[in-house]
Every structure is written in structure tokens, then in C-alpha cells.
Design a protein around this ligand. Structure first.
Ligand SMILES: *Cc1c(COP(=O)(O)O)cnc(C)c1O
Length: 495
């Protein structure tokens, strides 16, 4: 069955998967969605014997129907290889009653690697399939982890270049160092005086700028997006939920066909949306638990049906979840309107013009699969300390938010819970060590803390951290949020 894609805001025009991957965002500002969510065409009883790569092929081929078997297998095998420090790619670790799905074994030790390792291959294959001659310019706004993962994925990939905008004071020191030391010749990293939403809005405006697109085309460039709105990021993320399910059967936690719960630390709503797609494909998931930090706009949405971004933006110890406009939620809104693009467009118009929208009672009823929860900064730190004290396992702050929410929301739920573990604690060393012993680690430098974490967790220091200890800073550009367009033009077209 062929799956095509159209905007969440209009369905008059449909395009192929490869075209949707190349475009990133639809012309009307909407997100690409499949004409329908495909159902598994394999038996889930076979999952326990499948490798990560085999699972990826079975899941992704259902969405990317214009890719040949050879093309898709080439993309999968190029992405999920020795770049990951374990053959399992996404291992499942049981601690303290939870099943932590470790999504941080890739190049930049955060879950963004799961999709951004494969996106460059999907993108260059899509370009070839569609006869694209322009250089593809990846334009990305990052709250920290996407930036480095996208840089690592696209660095020195022929036919592409990448520009990353990050909030100058809104990422962890290690995240920042990872980005500004990026050596790829086709990479450009820019800090902005603003927060993540400013960066994301700026990038969206640049994408929507038709005049700029024309100018770039004349100079041999075209934009694409590596942000989590790209369907080429969403689809690979459904894979690890399917794989985790197989692992739970394999290790005897469940029998094939039994239900599980999933808890996801959420920011832009990409990761949990992928779990929702997996459920709709036929994976036996009971509850999808959306875990937020103090920027709990999604918790309130699931609680009362109103999405209201008009609130103070709080910088927390889980910066990749410091988001007030969760872009991928638009794809869920589209689903719960009953695939109604006009209604979706109206909600999104309200969001941009009034800063809020309220869904109907009918729509709210379709959210029964979801539960929301959140953790304050204190609860997050407490969770890191508790899990470490009880088990010796060290959580990063994002995972700790989800772990706390599992405890509070699913406390009497007998089903096994998979907690998406989205970053290595080494990426957020200061917050993690402060949570474990504030007084002892207060005055230490970042890399001293890395060494202390190694002693305490007995987990080897990842290469991603070790390698930036002494790396030179190569990217120093800082701009105002209204200068982003000019920065892009200056970089690409030196007029
Ligand atoms: C991006 C990110 C998240 C949030 O994921 P979304 O798909 O944006 O909801 C959570 N934790 C970490 C470590 C991340 O990098």
C-alpha cells in the first residue's frame, strides 16, 4: 500500500515520503502527515528474534513506501553501525521497577542520535530519487541536543551543509561545547540572544520566506529541516518502541501480545508522538504518559484541554524540554480532529495569534490513551538521588523527570513501564552531581565533575565527552533573534 503525505493544514496536494523528507515543513506552515498510519504487516511474535536493524526495516518500510528495499536497507545499515557503542543500539535496563530504554548510545549521547544518524542518508537518498541538484542546507533550531546530533549526522556529508541556531544561555555547558567545537567543514553554529522558542520561530519564518527560497535557488541552494518536525525523524523514532517490546518478550517480562505502558520525557512532542504512531500501527501499548518539567504546558493541555503558551518560560535542569510550543503536537491535534485539516489550521491560527486554543469535548475523548504528569526541579533532583541511592544507576535530568512521573502517575499500574531514557548523565554532569550531593560538588569544574561521575556510576566516560575536553572553539557567531535571516544570507550568499 502506498503511503503519501500532506500538510496537517490542507490535504489538496499529496507528495511522496522522499519529497516530504526533502521539504521538511509544508508550504502552508503545517507538518507533513501520512495519508494513513500503516498497520504492521508482520507478526509481533517475531520481534524478539529481530535485530535493531531488522526491526527498523520492518517499521520504516511501511511509512517510506517510495524507497526501494536496497535504498532503505542502505540507510539503516549506514546509520545503525559502529557509531553506536552497543550492538543492541537501544538497550533496555531494568532498575527499581522501571524498564529504562537507553536511547543515548549514539555519537552525541542523546536520543536525538536515534533519528539524526539516519536522516542524512534518508535525505541524500531522497535528493537522488528526486533529481535534486541544489546543495541541501539544513537549518535547525536547537534546545541543545538536536544541534550537536544534527551537526554530527550531517558533518561533511556531500551535497549538504548545516546551520544550527541555539539559545546562547539556554543550553548546558557541555552541550554548548559540543556544538561550538564541531569541526565539519560544512557546518555553521550560531548562538542567539533569545530562548529556544525564539530560535524555532526564527527558523520557521525563514522556511516560510518564499522570496528567500527563490534567491537561494538561484544560487544553487535549498533549505531542509532536521528538526523533529521532519517526517524523516519521526519515522525512525517509532522503531525503538517496537524493538523495546520485542526485548521485553525476549527477557520474559511479558508474553507476546501483552500490554505495556510507555513514559516519555517530552519537549517538542516528537518522541512520544512516535510511540503513539507505534501504538496505532499495532504495538500493544496501553498508556502513553507525557512527562513534563516545570514548563508544564502539555500537562495542563492533557488535564484541561487548553493549550496555553502564554506563561513564563522557565530554564530548568532538563533544557531539552524547556519548550512552550510543542510543534509535533499539531500532528496529534490533526488526528483527534478526525483528520480534519481545516480545523487543525484554525487551532494553529489561534495558537499563533492568541497564544492558546481549546479542543472540543469530542477531541478530548480521543486522548484517552494519554496521561500527563510533571516533575518540579526539586522532584527531578530527588529522583536522581533516590534511584542512585537505591540502585547505583545514574539518570540524567530528562530521564529523571520521566522516572518521577512514572512513580507518581503509574504508581498502582501493574503493567511494565518503558521509560524513554533520553540522555546520558554525562551530558548534564553538573545537574546530576548536584542532585546526588550538592555541597560536595558545588565548586568543581565541569570536567572534574565528569571524572567524579565516572567514579560514582562506574560507567566509562563516553568518547563524545572525552573528545571535547581540549577541543578548540571554532564557532563564535552570536546574533539577535531578528538577525537570523541575515546571518543565513551572509553565510550562503556573500553579497
Ligand atoms: C529532545 C529531547 C527531549 C524531548 O523530546 P521531544 O521529542 O522534543 O519531545 C527529551 N530529552 C532529551 C535529552 C532530549 O534531547
Amino acid at each position: 500500500m502506498e503511503i503519501r503525505y500532506h500538510s496537517t493544514r490542507s490535504n489538496t496536494e499529496t507528495i511522496t515520503a522522499s519529497q516530504a523528507i526533502l521539504k521538511g515543513l509544508a508550504d502552508d506552515g503545517g507538518l507533513f502527515v501520512p495519508t494513513e498510519i500503516p498497520r504492521f504487516d508482520f507478526d509481533i511474535a517475531d520481534l524478539p528474534s529481530m535485530t535493531y536493524q531488522e526491526t527498523a526495516y520492518e517499521v520504516m518500510k511501511l511509512f517510506l513506501t517510495d524507497f526501494t528495499e536496497d535504498e532503505l536497507k542502505y540507510c539503516i545499515n549506514s546509520a545503525y553501525d559502529k557509531k553506536f557503542d552497543t550492538e543492541l543500539i537501544a538497550p533496555l535496563v531494568e532498575k527499581d521497577g522501571a524498564h529504562y530504554l537507553e536511547l543515548f548510545h549514539g555519537k552525541t549521547i542523546a536520543f536525538k542520535d536515534m533519528a539524526l544518524s539516519i536522516l542524512p542518508y534518508l535525505m541524500t537518498t531522497s535528493a537522488k530519487k528526486n533529481g535534486v541538484k541544489n546543495e541541501i542546507v539544513i537549518l535547525t533550531a536547537t534546545s541543545g541536543d538536536t544541534g550537536k546530533a544534527a551537526l554530527a549526522g550531517f558533518a561533511d556529508v556531500e551535497g549538504t551543509s548545516i546551520i544550527v541556531f541555539y539559545p546562547k544561555d539556554g543550553v548546558s555547558p557541555i552541550q554548548k561545547k559540543q556544538m561550538v567545537t564541531e569541526p565539519g567543514k560544512n557546518t555553521f553554529v550560531v548562538g542567539i540572544n533569545g530562548n529556544f522558542d525564539d530560535a524555532q520561530t526564527g527558523v520557521k519564518n525563514i522556511f516560510a520566506d518564499k522570496e528567500l527560497a527563490k534567491k537561494l535557488d538561484e544560487n544553487g541552494y535549498q533549505f531542509s529541516s532536521a528538526n523533529s518536525i521532519n517526517i524523516g525523524r519521526l519515522v525512525p523514532q517509532a522503531v525503538y518502541y517496537v524493538y523495546a517490546y520485542g526485548q521485553l518478550v525476549k527477557n520474559g517480562t511479558i508474553k507476546s501480545g501483552d500490554k505495556i505502558n510507555v513514559v516519555v520525557p517530552t519537549g517538542n512532542f516528537g518522541n512520544i508522538l512516535a510511540a503513539y504512531y507505534a501504538k496505532n500501527m499495532g504495538l500493544p501499548i496501553e498508556k502513553l504518559v507525557c512527562a513534563s518539567n516545570e514548563n508544564k504546558v502539555l500537562f495542563d493541555f492533557f488535564d484541561n484541554g487548553t493549550y496555553d503558551r502564554k506563561r513564563e518560560f522557565i530554564l530548568t535542569s532538563s533544557p531539552s524540554m524547556d519548550i512552550l510550543i510543542s510543534s509535533n503536537l499539531e500532528r496529534l491535534i490533526y488526528r483527534i480532529t478526525g483528520d480534519d485539516t481545516a480545523k487543525t489550521a484554525e487551532f494553529m491560527k489561534n495558537l499563533s495569534e492568541k497564544g492558546e486554543y481549546t479542543i472540543t469535548a469530542d477531541m478530548k475523548e480521543k486522548l484517552v490513551d494519554f496521561a500527563g504528569g510533571y516533575a518540579t526541579e526539586e522532584q527531578t533532583a530527588g529522583e536522581i538521588a533516590k534511584v542512585y541511592a537505591d540502585t547505583g544507576y545514574v539518570l540524567d535530568p530528562h530521564t529523571a523527570v520521566a522516572s518521577y512521573v512514572r512513580r507518581s502517575v503509574l504508581s498502582d499500574d501493574p503493567l511494565p513501564a518503558v521509560v524513554a531514557s533520553t540522555a546520558s548523565p554525562y551530558k548534564f554532569t553538573r545537574s546530576v552531581m548536584q542532585a546526588i550531593d550538592g555541597a560536595k560538588y558545588e565548586s568543581m569544574e565541569d570536567f572534574e565533575l565528569v571524572d567524579e561521575l565516572c567514579k560514582l556510576s562506574k560507567v566509562e566516560i563516553p568518547y563524545a565527552v572525552e573528545s571535547i575536553r581540549t577541543a578548540p572553539i571554532l564557532h563564535k557567531t552570536i546574533c539577535e533573534k531578528d538577525e537570523m535571516r541575515d546571518v543565513v544570507i551572509n553565510r550562503l550568499i556573500k553579497s
